[in-house]
Design a protein around this ligand. Structure first.
Ligand code: PHE
Length: 359
């Protein structure tokens, strides 16, 4: 039993000495109860500050309070406080270990990789429908011995017109159709100048096709574009006949459209071929009966062609007595539109994926 406190001692020290002991017990119990409810590492961090915070931490405040105790109480309480602090520290460390282990388990479970699942396939692009149609045309001609030639898109009037037997005042030269770069330079209006360039470079026999861009002064609409694509074809040899010409084009058109396609040759005019023909295929929608697609005729016009005009051979110094040949001009857009029933040429140039992804 301690001595009764003298009446002049400070109010603080007058308090029953076991007040703080009580605090320590209660704090220890409250601490453990609260610790049990902590459910995450961030919540534990907040909890730790509540007890150990340098300014207002519960333990810090108790330590401060200790200064006001009498030396013998201070020793006893100090020891108890220290024990509590050590106990609390190890409880927090244990809790931290548990929470970290649980979070790791959860992460491992949620991030688990099933290596047997198929991978995610990224969207894969493909070539443009016009490119696909060009490849198809090239493949067919390649398979019957044609090679591919190339020529410039900016041409001279000589190659685009004159050497193709289109003289100076011919309506085909009209500025309404042709984009002129200067008096003697233009954007080629067809791939036919490559006929001339190839014949200048090589002696017969010749079997070539030339795919490429061509330009005409047309306003864009459902069937016209100022830039479009053609494939020119040319065969020159000794003894090539109109029968070879018809047979080759028929073989090609059946290979491209279908075996059931019928082919028709109508007389036409091109300055560089004689005789010339427009070539039609039987309508694949109505098979010749007449429908909207073939405008009730049963036939669809697909290309222009003819036997090479001997006058053209004169320009490239081929002997017209010895050599004959045929030429044809295929519109790639036209072929694609007929094959896939596309009713507007502009779809090819709009780059709308909803259209392009259908090919
Ligand atoms: N060059 C012609 C055109 O663009 C097509 C054609 C080519 C016709 C070859 C006959 C022979 O209209």
């Amino acid at each position: 039993m301690g001595r009764p406190a003298p009446f002049f001692i400070s109010a603080d020290i007058e308090k029953p000495q076991n007040d703080m002991t009580l605090d320590i017990d209660q704090i220890g119990k409250g601490f453990l109860d609260e610790l049990r409810t902590i459910d995450s590492l961030p919540a534990l961090a907040v909890f730790r500050i509540k007890y150990y915070g340098r300014q207002k931490g519960v333990l810090t405040l108790l330590m401060k309070e200790l200064q006001n105790k009498s030396p013998e109480n201070r020793r006893d309480l100090g020891k108890r406080l220290n024990d509590l602090k050590i106990e609390m520290e190890s409880a927090i460390a244990e809790k931290e270990r548990q929470l970290a282990a649980r979070e790791l388990d959860q992460r491992l479970a949620s991030e688990q990789v099933d290596v047997t699942l198929p991978g995610n396939r990224g969207p894969l692009g493909h070539s443009h429908p016009l490119t696909q149609v060009r490849y198809e045309i090239e493949d067919i001609f390649h398979s019957i011995g044609y090679s591919i030639e190339d020529g410039p898109e900016i041409e001279t009037t000589y190659y685009n017109f004159e050497a193709l037997n289109i003289p100076e005042h011919h309506p085909a030269r009209d500025t309404q159709d042709t984009f002129y770069v200067s008096d003697s330079l233009l954007l080629r209006t067809h791939t036919s100048p490559v006929q001339i360039r190839t014949m200048e470079k090589h002696c017969p026999p010749l079997r070539i096709i030339c795919p490429g861009r061509v330009y005409r002064h047309d306003n864009p609409d459902a069937t016209h574009s100022p830039v479009f694509h053609q494939v020119e074809g040319l065969a020159v040899d000794e003894g090539i006949t109109f029968g070879d010409f018809k047979g080759t084009l028929e073989y090609f058109l059946k290979a491209f459209f279908s075996e059931r396609t019928k082919v028709r040759f109508r007389p036409s005019y091109f300055a560089f071929t004689e005789p010339s023909a427009e070539v039609d295929i039987s309508c694949f929608v109505c098979f010749g009966k007449g429908c909207r697609i073939c405008k009730m005729t049963g036939w669809i016009e697909v290309l222009g062609a003819g036997m090479v005009n001997p006058a053209v051979f004169g320009y490239v110094h081929y002997d017209p007595e010895k050599y004959t040949g045929f030429a044809f001009g295929i519109g790639i857009e036209r072929f694609a539109m007929v094959k896939y029933s596309i009713n507007n040429i502009q779809y090819f140039y709009d780059n709308d994926l909803r259209f392009l992804e259908q090919f």
